[in-house]
Design a protein around this ligand. Structure first.
Ligand SMILES: NC(=O)c1ccc[n+]([C@@H]2O[C@H](COP(=O)([O-])OP(=O)(O)OC[C@H]3O[C@@H](n4cnc5c(N)ncnc54)[C@H](OP(=O)(O)O)[C@@H]3O)[C@@H](O)[C@H]2O)c1
Length: 328
């Protein structure tokens, strides 16, 4: 992938800035930055100058891989153009996540599915990614029967502007919020977590109930998770299983502060669920901008492209058996 021509679309945003930093740290040099006309010509960290993401620029045929973090409506408008130009798009909005035939990928969980794409791969929601990393090994060991989750999501999940608002806000005005759209009696964030986890885990009937809450924290999402299993698993057994899981680190008490700027999902407080049979409770924290967004997308790209990339489309159609391990 080192020689790939990479475009970061949404480069001036919260996720885009982290994407550019991670690409730089991983040694990628052939990187261009795109955003809206508002940011065109702006110079970002590392000296990279922002280009306007017009349909013509994206479809010009000089991009191999396009990492999108622009929001759902802009993704719906722009992603088809870059794909038309021959690139593979990895999209972090919810535009394509539940579309049949479009892979929704957490490399540690269902990485092989990324290879069966027609130019678009979807990156899951920032709460679904860490949740799937933790649920998958527990499911493999004991079978998931039911999942309940309550989230504590940082303001960076709502973008760079909201981070600035929190920084400027007097502390006494800090509050919780449920600032998502409503989907019946749930927030759309709650229904996304359910539908996306079911798709990624390939468990379409798994009952999942979520309550999503925004907290006055800048970076890092946390989740309390209650799982009911088919077979009994002690807390010690679950701890052992999770300590071997890729991209997961078991700690005593995971916090957003400790998770910030790390690549891993921190998991702890693993204990029996005193209110359920074959139940466990755990707490996780993850940097929503890193593993919850930018890093997961880069790992998808690395998994598909495996180091080379002159003919992106042919590389991504390799057999699923060729999937290399995830680099964290
Ligand atoms: N934040 C997270 O934790 C997180 C996690 C997972 C997924 N996501 C998803 O990633 C996307 C971006 O999130 P964010 O938090 O980075 O938002 P953000 O900080 O508000 O950044 C949005 C970016 O999109 C660009 N943009 C907006 N409309 C555009 C258009 N029509 N054409 C080209 N560029 C456009 C903006 O450019 P200008 O600066 O020029 O306006 C900016 O670079 C969203 O779909 C979000 O759901 C976010």
């Amino acid at each position: 992938m080192a020689e790939s021509r990479i475009a970061v679309i949404g480069a001036t945003g919260a996720v885009g800035a982290v994407t550019l930093r991670l690409l730089r740290e991983r040694g990628y040099e052939n990187v261009r930055a795109f955003a809206s006309a508002r940011s065109s010509g702006k110079t970002l960290e590392g000296g990279i100058v922002v280009e306007e993401a017009t349909p013509e620029a994206l479809a010009a045929g000089d991009i191999d891989l396009a990492l999108f973090s622009v929001g759902t409506s802009a993704s719906l408008e722009l992603v088809p153009h870059v794909v038309r130009g021959g690139a593979v798009a990895i999209d972090k909005s919810s535009a394509y996540r539940l579309e049949p035939g479009i892979p929704l990928v957490v490399p540690e969980v269902n990485g092989a599915s990324a290879l069966a794409n027609d130019g678009i791969v979807a990156n899951p929601n920032c709460c679904t990614i860490p949740l799937a990393c933790v649920l998958k090994p527990l499911h493999d060991a004991a079978g998931l029967k039911r999942v309940r989750v309550s989230t504590y999501q940082s303001v960076s999940g709502a973008g760079a502007q909201r981070m600035e608002q929190l920084r400027a806000e007097p502390q006494e005005q800090h509050n919780l919020a449920m600032d998502w759209s409503w989907d019946g009696d749930e927030t759309d964030e709650e229904s996304k977590i359910r539908a996306e986890a079911q798709k990624i885990l390939e468990l379409p009937d798994l009952p999942i109930s979520a309550t999503t809450v925004r907290v006055p924290v800048l970076v890092g999402h946390a989740e309390a998770v209650w799982v009911e299993l088919d077979d009994a698993l002690t807390a010690a057994q679950a701890t052992e299983i999770l300590s071997r899981a890729p991209s997961v680190r078991v700690v005593d008490v995971p916090t957003p502060g400790d998770a910030a700027k790390t690549d891993q999902v921190l998991v702890g407080r693993i204990r029996p669920d005193r209110a359920g049979e074959n139940g466990l409770v755990l707490f996780l924290a993850c940097d929503n901008l890193v593993k919850g967004a930018a890093l997961n997308a880069i790992q998808i790209a690395e998994l598909m492209l495996g180091g080379a990339v002159s003919d992106t489309r042919s590389v991504i159609r390799q057999s699923a058996a060729a999937v290399p391990p995830v680099r964290s």
